[in-house]
Design a protein around this ligand. Structure first.
Ligand SMILES: Nc1ncnc2c1ncn2[C@@H]1O[C@H](COP(=O)(O)OP(=O)(O)OP(=O)(O)O)[C@@H](O)[C@H]1O
Length: 312
């Protein structure tokens, strides 16, 4: 493939789940986007948005209804084997044969991918996932966090250029989350393209170069993270005033106002309409002296809410 070709290309992808006696469910509706090579790409969306469906189509576990997908330049219909070899997928559900040890599980997985014995990296993967001392324990004796790390190791046995993590931190404690992200960042620095799906906007904001958002099966955003965050227009100032508040003052330039404490107000405003200075002036005109001010920048949560609201 050429240097400029994306790691993943999705074109007009549709999926309708149909079963006898139940209403057909359109899980993906004409979704198109590219995952550029070398990036950490976030796929965001609320529960049931269609993220797992998309990942499972790439994994060859769900058959698409129409549209195209190519992984590392390999069309999933025309070159399914090469497409599969180019991607490692960490599934959302933890599924293992409980009787294999982590090391055996990795060796079996490598065998399935046709990795020759002298090219296997089971021990490196166990070390990277802090599982060396569990290499020979039964999988069923591992903690939830250890199982999740083993799943990441399993996805990497064939050293794919793309790693996909489907909700990798659901139910994972903070320490493991940090470890997982350190590993993912490390892989990315070595050139691995990473795609992760998440509900956690903060996580996506912190990690991802680019973010796509799906809602009800439709792509509603696909932009560099910084650009996406900059689109949020809702800002807020938290103001401490010089006297006790009996009720929140009203003014046309406040989008919303909330009494947060005896003398503390949070005022929401739209940065495309007014600036913080005008909001504070308005407050002073209402007769308040200002003792202290802090502003809250919009984050992805705000973007997400406004985009999903617009598309509702
Ligand atoms: N096998 C199936 N049969 C019928 N409907 C399904 C099937 N799998 C998923 N769906 C439906 O398709 C829609 C998209 O589901 P999907 O699991 O892709 O969403 P998601 O974004 O991954 O959500 P979550 O974050 O909860 O996993 C949902 O409405 C879901 O109920």
């Amino acid at each position: 493939m050429s240097e400029t070709e994306p790691a993943i290309r999705i074109e007009s992808l549709c999926k309708t789940y149909a079963a006898k006696g139940v209403e057909p469910k359109r899980a993906l509706d004409d979704v198109s986007f590219d995952v550029p090579r070398g990036q950490i790409f976030g796929l965001l969306g609320p529960n049931g948005a269609g993220k797992s469906t998309l990942i499972n189509i790439l994994a060859g576990l769900v058959v698409k209804t129409s549209g195209k997908a190519a992984i590392w330049g390999f069309d999933i219909d025309q070159h399914p084997r090469n497409a599969k070899l180019s991607i490692g997928i960490v599934p959302q559900e933890i599924l293992f044969d409980p009787f294999f040890t982590p090391r055996e599980a990795l060796e079996i997985q490598a065998g399935l991918y046709g990795v020759p014995k002298d090219k296997r990296i089971s021990d490196e993967l166990l070390a990277a996932m802090h599982l060396t001392d569990k290499a020979h324990a039964y999988s069923r004796t591992l903690s939830g966090g250890m199982k999740r790390r083993l799943l990441v190791a399993k996805a990497m046995v064939h050293s794919p250029p793309i790693l996909v993590l489907d909700e990798p931190t659901a139910g994972v404690d903070i320490e493991l989350r940090q470890q997982l992200w350190a590993y993912v960042r490390g892989l990315n620095q070595q050139g691995v393209t990473v795609v992760l799906t998440t509900h956690y906007l903060e996580e996506a904001e912190e990690l991802c170069d680019r973010i796509a958002i799906i809602n009800h099966g439709k792509l509603i955003a696909n932009e560099p993270t910084r650009q996406l965050v900059a689109r949020a227009q809702d800002k807020a100032v938290v103001v401490t005033v010089d006297r006790d508040l009996t009720q929140a003052p009203a003014n046309a330039c406040f989008d919303r106002i909330e009494v947060k404490g005896e003398r503390v107000l949070e005022i929401g405003y739209r940065k495309d309409k007014v600036n913080a200075g005008e909001v504070l002036d308005a407050l002073q005109k209402e007769g308040f002296g200002i003792v202290d001010v802090s502003t809250r920048d919009p984050d992805l949560e705000d973007v997400f809410l406004s985009l999903t609201r617009e598309n509702a």
